[in-house]
Design a protein around this ligand. Structure first.
Ligand code: HEM
Ligand code: HEM
Length: 192
């Protein structure tokens, strides 16, 4: 009986050890709130109150993420995933050659995408806010800048989602589900 219990406990421990916690709850709530507020801003009438508040929400979320990038949990920290151009190029080269290694946190290419998305959202939000100021009343050039940045952001989101799907297939790990439950398959020795 004891042997059966021990074996069951062993299996349970093995299963628990097979996945590790990667994205803390704040990162996950941040991500899906950002998705809702950015898509929301595109969907509601441009320039009206709801549009602006959705934009301000996205701005607030970006501000939170910058702080969390310094003070957050291990894989949320910029120091865990932000790398220079050489590391990004190296990762892309290895990935295309099929020799890249799966990572628990964001890979260097994903990090570049993440920083670009955050910067673009900040720029779209700030130019949107500027449009409400008397100083820029009727400034068509600023409307154009705001619009162009926003459509560029949407295009980048398209690439981001496509990359998430392609990488999920490549590494045989549902990265989108990972952004929901926060866990990833532990790195095994043969992957190192
Ligand atoms: C994530 C944030 C935001 C996104 C994705 C976004 C997106 C857009 C888009 C797609 C348009 C239409 C551009 C076009 O005509 O092609 C637009 C217009 C506009 N947005 Fe935003 N926006 C954001 C934030 C804001 C904020 C925070 C404000 C104001 C406080 C704002 C104010 C406006 C105004 C006034 C227009 C109309 C400009 C015009 O007349 O052409 N937006 N926005
Ligand atoms: C407006 C739309 C979106 C924006 C602005 C956005 C932005 C971001 C950001 C900033 C991160 C980094 C998360 C962090 O560390 O805090 C991220 C990660 C991620 N996003 Fe999105 N996202 C959007 C839509 C989506 C959608 C629709 C999906 C899936 C269907 C998705 C899947 C993912 C995945 C899988 C990751 C983790 C990537 C990795 O494992 O390295 N995102 N996204």
């Amino acid at each position: 009986m004891n042997a059966i219990l021990r074996s069951a406990a062993g299996k349970e421990a093995g299963r628990a050890a097979a996945t590790v916690k990667v994205w803390d709850p704040l990162v996950r709530v941040f991500h899906w709130s950002l998705v809702a507020s950015v898509f929301g801003a595109f969907l509601v009438e441009e320039g009206d109150t709801a549009h602006c508040w959705l934009g301000y929400t996205a701005l607030g979320l970006v501000a939170f993420r910058l702080l969390w990038g310094f003070f957050g949990t291990r894989h949320a920290r910029f120091s865990d995933f932000v790398r220079g151009p050489r590391a990004v190029a190296e990762y892309v080269r290895a990935r295309l050659a099929g020799t890249s290694q799966r990572r628990l946190g964001h890979n260097p290419a994903a990090a570049l995408m993440i920083l670009s998305l955050l910067a673009l959202i900040a720029a779209v939000g700030v130019t949107g806010w500027m449009l409400t100021l008397d100083a820029f009343f009727g400034a068509e050039w600023l409307e154009d800048v705001h619009g162009t940045l926003a459509w560029t952001l949407l295009a980048l989101v398209g690439v981001h989602v496509l990359a998430a799907i392609v990488e999920s297939v490549h590494y045989r790990e549902n990265l989108i589900a990972t952004m929901l439950h926060g866990r990833k398959r532990a790195i095994e020795d043969r992957e190192k």
